[in-house]
Design a binder for this molecule. Structure first.
Ligand code: PLP
Length: 309
């Protein structure tokens, strides 16, 4: 079955799905994206992803290519046409195409929208989760607006490649003070020797992961001891457990950091419990989201509390 992509108003086989070479996403990485998990044909945490997309677009002053609810319809249709039951749906919106010029194009230029969906081999991911992954650390040399989910990901690409070459699955960025910020495509967590779950605050130097937010909700619900603060690489290496969170990996145990075994060198019980809890709550997640519901989610609005739809 040939894969189908949505590109600027049309559903096309991937081989015919093209964007103009003057698209600003291609020229300047002038665009934003979202990746959502699809479980049993349902988009998980759609409202939170839409809220973050609204915020990213707003911060970069990129217009919505269509009403957010219409984008939800396109996402579902792309999932359906690709017969994805379990996988991910990817949405990318750029400032559109025009003669190469750094400043914004005129308002007559429409933003570009692309949606693709693909299945994920969940059994394979579960096998990886049962063994845990290795991470390396690398200096955080990204810009200061990593809270925006921009397609400008070159430092993340280089960090991930360095991890791969070192036999690891993820790279953790480390800021100038020696604190872990986040992974190249995930948020970073540890469970200290005293059993306290720790992750960095979302207001400094990280992307506010949707999975991170869901894990925070689960932690509160379960009454797990928790601190939102920075931690160093050596604290992480001395931790009882570590894990990463992202839509693609959900809660993924980390068993080695820079070659040093974490805890007993195998996935920790709390990491595995949170992974399981994530699955349970995903099944209970609402079937669809309504823009009204998002506007009342104060956690994810921009500084002025505005949503632009
Ligand atoms: N941090 C970065 C840099 C990411 O790229 C991602 C996901 O792609 C995350 C964190 C996790 O975010 P989410 O849980 O919304 O997938």
């Amino acid at each position: 079955m040939s894969r189908i992509a949505y590109v600027n108003g049309r559903y096309l086989p991937l081989s015919q799905a093209t964007i103009g070479i003057e698209d600003r996403g291609y020229m300047f990485a002038d665009g934003v994206y979202e990746v959502c998990v699809v479980k049993n044909k349902r988009i998980i945490d759609e409202g939170r992803h839409m809220s973050r997309l609204a915020r990213s677009l707003n911060e970069l002053r990129i217009r919505w290519p269509m009403a957010p609810s219409a984008l939800g319809v396109v996402m579902r249709e792309t999932i359906r046409r690709n017969r994805v039951s379990n996988g991910v749906v990817y949405v990318q919106i750029t400032r559109g195409a025009g003669p190469r010029n750094h400043a914004f194009p005129p308002d007559t230029v429409s933003p570009s929208a692309v949606v693709v969906a693909r299945p994920i081999d969940r059994e394979q991911v579960e096998r990886v989760a049962s063994e845990g992954i290795a991470v390396i650390t690398t200096p955080d040399n990204r810009w200061e607006r990593v809270d925006i989910k921009s397609v400008s990901l070159l430092p993340n690409v280089l960090a991930k490649q360095a991890a791969k070459e070192a036999g690891a699955a993820e790279a953790w960025f480390v800021d100038k003070a020696g604190h872990v910020t986040e992974g190249a495509s995930s948020n970073a967590w540890i469970v200290t020797e005293d059993g306290v779950l720790v992750t960095r605050t979302a207001d400094s130097g990280i992307l506010r992961g949707v999975t991170r937010q869901v894990v925070l909700d689960l932690i509160r619900r379960e009454g797990i001891t928790f601190e939102e603060r920075s931690f160093t690489v050596s604290e992480a290496q001395a931790a009882r457990e570590a894990f990463i969170s992202s839509a693609g990996n959900l809660v993924m145990p980390v068993v080695r950091i820079n070659g040093r075994a974490i805890g007993e060198g195998k996935p920790g019980p709390l990491s595995l419990k949170l992974r399981q809890l994530f699955f349970t709550q995903a099944d209970a997640s609402p079937l669809a989201w309504t823009p009204g519901a998002i506007a009342h989610e104060p956690d994810l609005s921009d500084k002025e509390g505005n949503f632009h739809f």
